[in-house]
Ligand binder design. Structure first.
Ligand code: GTP
Ligand code: GTP
Ligand code: MG
Ligand code: MG
Lengths: 286, 279
């Protein structure tokens, strides 16, 4: 599979190789199909594949590398260019706002991030600012109770901005305040405005966009809308414990000029990992 | 004029790109384009028709064939079927199963049916509470056990309740689960065996990309799906997942979820997808 051949290609550096045009065409075609199946934005796939092909035809392969490995090595550098770094998460007091589309995994990820900071010796607190979804407060309170993490919410109150304002005050003595917000998409203009109003309350250290690994071609447009509204500092890709490759995240980070902070690999609070570019790239190419 | 492969190459490439950009999964898009290519190559076309138009017409036919598969009229089914009609809702995490049940409960209530909801998600934090709030708002009876209970037992209980109280429909919620989780897929099969639902509805989201194929396939293999409801179509999604899922399951898309309110559920029309595809 391409993912493993990619690993081999990157490692191999023996004697001089020559360029086989037909092999290059074939490998680029394989890479193209792999990226499309991984849900990378189609326009981005076309742009990347022509960049890759041009480089493969004009750059001399390192000694001993055949044309297939030559292309794979270039693919690796092109993808690392986009997702090569992991969002720096400082282990110090901060405020984090969780945003994203409906059902992407914000509430679950909020509890995972709270656990992450607890394990690093910091005191997290969670603020429930989802005033729309029935049972949102119950869900968050149950998750936080299990973790022994303090949480704030006003179940009767429909004003999310007021809840966050009150919550930030009530939870002021805790190191890391994580605000869980309601799901929303780019066309829900009043919800986008609500998100801007919440953001205006305090200069959040992080505004994390939570994206489902299975999201299709919408990723790019949605990420841009969230970024235009409040400025995203990092992306979390959830549900990577399934078969989805998370290609949407590629467009999300390249369109928001940020990086991936964490990945979600299950439903429990321990199922959170710091983003690993190599692992992500190999999985992307299948 | 006889259409050659070479004539068709450009137009078919354009159409394939349109399908992929509309979230139709790659293998499904390729199979559709291959079929069109086989059908059109060697065909005669009128001089006044552009090859692009001929290809587009062929695409509309191919897509209509996939989406008009096995049409099931949900309202008619509920009207005619023996009582209680037991309907289960399955799918991966976060696709909108619970919200869709609330929307259907409202719709059935408006049609004067007696509805019972079964809180079959006994696992996720706040799942029973979420469904309970919907049931309270709708004035619909809900059957629940404690968190961690056996989902099959809860749903079975709801069916018994419906029989004893002359209710027309049971809507059974289940926990979201990934198709790759063997234990949870086994649990789903068990629910199917114990409960024997009349309709098993696969709930997936219009914003899903290529993975729609994998999950539709594995869910359908585990418990044959009667039809699909595609949610979050209001998120400007082109909805290609509709094609991918209908193609894999061979079963119809019954409804579209077009928002978070109870009224935001409408019957799926093939034209809806075709309009988005070519806009
Ligand atoms: N398998 C798996 N499930 C996940 C992961 N993250 C979240 N989930 C599940 O996805 C579903 C949705 O998660 P939520 O946390 O409720 O999503 P949300 O973004 O808060 O949803 P809204 O508030 O309605 O927009 C739940 O069933 C979660 O348990 C993950 O990494 N892996
Ligand atoms: N915009 C929009 N949001 C929707 C639609 N259907 C559901 N949602 C939202 O999607 C989120 C998840 O919905 P749920 O009903 O909890 O999804 P679920 O499949 O039951 O989730 P799990 O039980 O955790 O697997 C909620 O925020 C819903 O309001 C829809 O058609 N449009
Ligand atoms: Mg939530
Ligand atoms: Mg649910």
């Amino acid at each position: 599979n391409l993912g493993n051949s990619l690993k081999d290609a990157v490692k191999k550096l023996a004697n001089a190789g020559k360029i086989d045009r037909q092999v290059i065409d074939e490998v680029v075609k394989d890479i193209q199909r792999a990226m499309i199946q991984a849900d990378v934005n189609v326009r981005l796939v076309m742009k990347l594949s022509s960049q890759i092909k041009n480089r493969a035809l004009t750059e001399a392969p390192p000694a001993g590398m055949d044309s297939r490995e030559h292309v794979l090595r270039i693919v690796y550098t092109e993808l690392v260019n986009i997702v090569g770094k992991t969002t720096p998460i400082a282990l110090e007091p901060q405020t984090i706002m969780m945003v994203g589309l409906q059902g992407s995994g914000k509430t679950t990820t909020t509890s995972k991030i709270a656990r992450f900071f607890s394990r690093k010796g910091l005191k997290p607190a969670v603020i429930c600012a989802d005033t729309y979804r029935p049972g949102a407060y119950d869900q968050l309170s149950q998750l936080c109770e299990k973790l022994g993490v303090p949480y704030y919410g006003e179940p009767g109150n429909k004003d999310a901005v007021a809840i966050v304002r009150n919550g930030l005050k009530a939870m002021a003595k805790y190191d890391v305040k994580i605000v869980d917000t309601a799901g929303r998409h780019a066309l829900e203009t009043d919800l986008i405005q609500e998100m801007k109003d919440i953001y205006a309350l305090t200069p959040f250290t992080h505004k994390l966009l939570v994206l489902d690994a299975a999201i299709g071609q919408q990723a790019s447009e949605q990420a841009k809308a969230f970024n235009d509204a409040i400025g995203i500092t990092g992306v979390v890709i959830t549900k990577l414990d399934g078969t989805a490759k998370g290609g949407g995240a590629l467009s999300a980070v390249s369109d928001t000029n940020t990086s991936i902070a964490f990945i979600g690999v299950g439903e429990t609070p321990d199922d959170l990992e710091r983003f690993d570019p190599d692992g992500f790239i190999s999985r992307l190419l299948g | 004029v006889v259409l050659t492969e070479k004539d068709l190459e450009g137009p078919l490439w354009e159409l394939e790109m349109a399908l992929l950009e509309s979230d139709v999964a790659l293998p499904v898009a390729e199979s559709i384009i291959a079929t069109i290519k086989a059908d059109l190559t060697g065909q005669h076309k009128k001089l006044l028709h552009s090859t692009g138009d001929v290809a587009q017409d062929a695409l509309v036919d191919a897509i209509s064939k996939i989406l008009n598969v096995n049409t099931l009229d949900f309202d008619e089914y509920v009207r005619n079927h023996a009582r209680p009609v037991v309907i289960s809702f399955i799918g991966v995490n976060g696709t909108g199963k619970t919200t869709t049940i609330a929307k259907l409960a409202e719709r059935l209530k408006e049609q004067k049916y007696g509805v019972v909801i079964a809180a079959g998600d006994t696992f996720r934090a706040g799942a029973i509470e979420q469904l309970e709030r919907h049931a309270d708002r709708l004035g619909v009876k809900m059957i629940k056990h404690q968190q961690g209970a056996d989902p099959a037992a809860v749903i079975y209980d709801a069916v018994q309740y419906a029989k004893n109280n002359k209710k027309d429909v049971v809507l059974a919620d289940t926990a979201g689960r990934l198709h790759t989780n063997v234990n949870l897929m086994e649990q789903l099969k068990k629910i199917g065996r114990v409960v024997r639902p009349d309709l098993t509805i696969f709930v997936d989201e219009a914003i899903a990309g290529n993975d729609a194929v994998e999950r539709a396939r594995l869910f359908n293999d585990a418990v044959p799906v009667s039809g699909t409801i595609l949610t979050k179509a209001d998120a400007d999604a082109k909805g290609g997942a509709a094609i991918s899922i209908a193609h894999i399951t061979g079963k119809p898309i019954l409804f579209l979820g077009v928002g978070q309110e109870y009224k935001d559920l409408k019957k799926f029309e093939t034209q809806w997808f075709l309009d988005r595809l070519f806009e």
